[in-house]
Design a protein around this ligand. Structure first.
Ligand code: ADP
Ligand code: MG
Length: 322
């Protein structure tokens, strides 16, 4: 299966202000994302799971090319995909669309649903009349009831559906969904995830589903990547990663997830590390109950786990030390 969008070695370091720099003399940057590899396939949902601050949104923004990366390559359909503004960027956004967490912030309060959709349709060479059809695709029916509404006249779930319709207007192949249901009432989250799943099938979309909620990732995603402190530390199909979590951090995430834990929830101990001076070796070692000497000094590579193809963990428990 060939990937539609592929990232290798994706890295983003944000420069820090001088005052902060004096405190952390060693480092000069926030190591938000380091050396992330991922492949997105059409018709599949890949979840990226991790706690707040682990670099998930930065990965999404790098994939959308909303800002430049420190290092790494992006490949779309086997060809280098780096764009720097202008027409090539528009062509890229036509194929790779993003949905944000807060549908209130992403819709302009001064404009109607019709305006948002027809503008997106025109931008991507389609006719305004298709707006009604877009609303049907996101199950806002009958469309006439919604076309002339303003964002404040809609519920949070309806607003997120409009944002999804606007993304779909570009006829994208890839949808980057950054915590698309975290701000919605619990009761309507499932409906929006099920809609995304329908769109995955109907439009053959590759979806990156970013979330801090590993239970929803297991429900919704085909594959799963777990992030910790700017690095991907485990990956595989989502059933395997949740049923046979191998990295100690993934196990901690699961043990504190209601509905997934096999044992009563034990709180995740300790704090995520500073990303200005991240821990040496494995970034999880200061919190890890199994930390060995090698974990403090050497960055663990990906080790294949057991006999499940595609399941791996970046953890020295699964490989020979160098
Ligand atoms: P997540 O989405 O997983 O919560 P983010 O990608 O938003 O994580 O952030 C990862 C890290 O990068 C955090 O430490 C955050 O403070 C930092 N960061 C994000 N954006 C910027 C920025 N524009 N400038 C400086 N630091 C940033
Ligand atoms: Mg985020």
């Amino acid at each position: 299966m060939t990937a539609v969008l592929e990232a290798a070695g994706l890295t983003k370091h944000f420069p820090v202000r001088r005052r902060v720099r004096e405190v952390f003399r060693k480092g000069r940057a926030v190591h938000a994302v380091d050396d992330v590899d991922l492949k997105l396939h059409r018709g599949r949902v890949t979840a990226m799971v991790g706690e707040s601050g682990s670099g998930k949104s930065t990965v999404a923004r790098l994939l959308a090319q909303l800002y430049p990366r420190t290092a790494g390559t992006l490949v779309l359909h086997g060809k280098p995909a780096t764009v720097r503004g202008g027409r090539r960027f528009r062509a890229y956004t036509g194929r790779v669309q993003m949905i944000f967490q807060d549908p209130f912030a992403s819709l302009n309060p001064a404009h109607t649903v019709r305006y948002h959709l027809t503008r997106a349709l025109r931008l991507h060479g389609r006719v305004p009349a298709e707006a009604a059809e877009l609303l049907e695709q996101v199950q806002l029916t009958p469309p006439e009831r919604f076309l002339d509404k303003f964002p404040h006249e809609l519920s949070g779930g309806q607003r997120q559906r409009v944002a999804i319709a606007r993304a779909v207007a570009a006829r994208p192949e890839v949808l980057l969904a950054d915590e698309p249901v975290s701000m919605l009432d619990v009761s309507i989250r499932l409906g929006v995830l099920n809609l995304l799943r329908k769109l995955r099938d109907r439009l053959n979309l590759a979806i990156l589903y970013i979330t801090h909620d590993i239970a929803s990732a297991r429900y919704f995603a085909d594959e799963m990547l777990v992030m910790y402190a700017g690095r991907v530390i485990e990956g595989g199909d989502s059933e395997t990663v949740t049923q046979r979590a191998s990295h100690p951090y993934t196990r901690l995430l699961i043990s504190s997830a209601p509905g997934l834990a096999h044992e009563p929830a034990s709180p995740v101990e300790g704090e995520p590390p500073s990303l200005i001076a991240p821990p040496s070796g494995c970034r999880f070692h200061p919190r890890c109950p199994h930390a060995m000497a090698v974990c403090r000094t050497d960055l663990p590579p990906r080790f294949d786990i057991g006999d499940t193809p595609g399941h791996w963990a970046a953890c020295w428990l699964y490989g020979a030390a160098p």
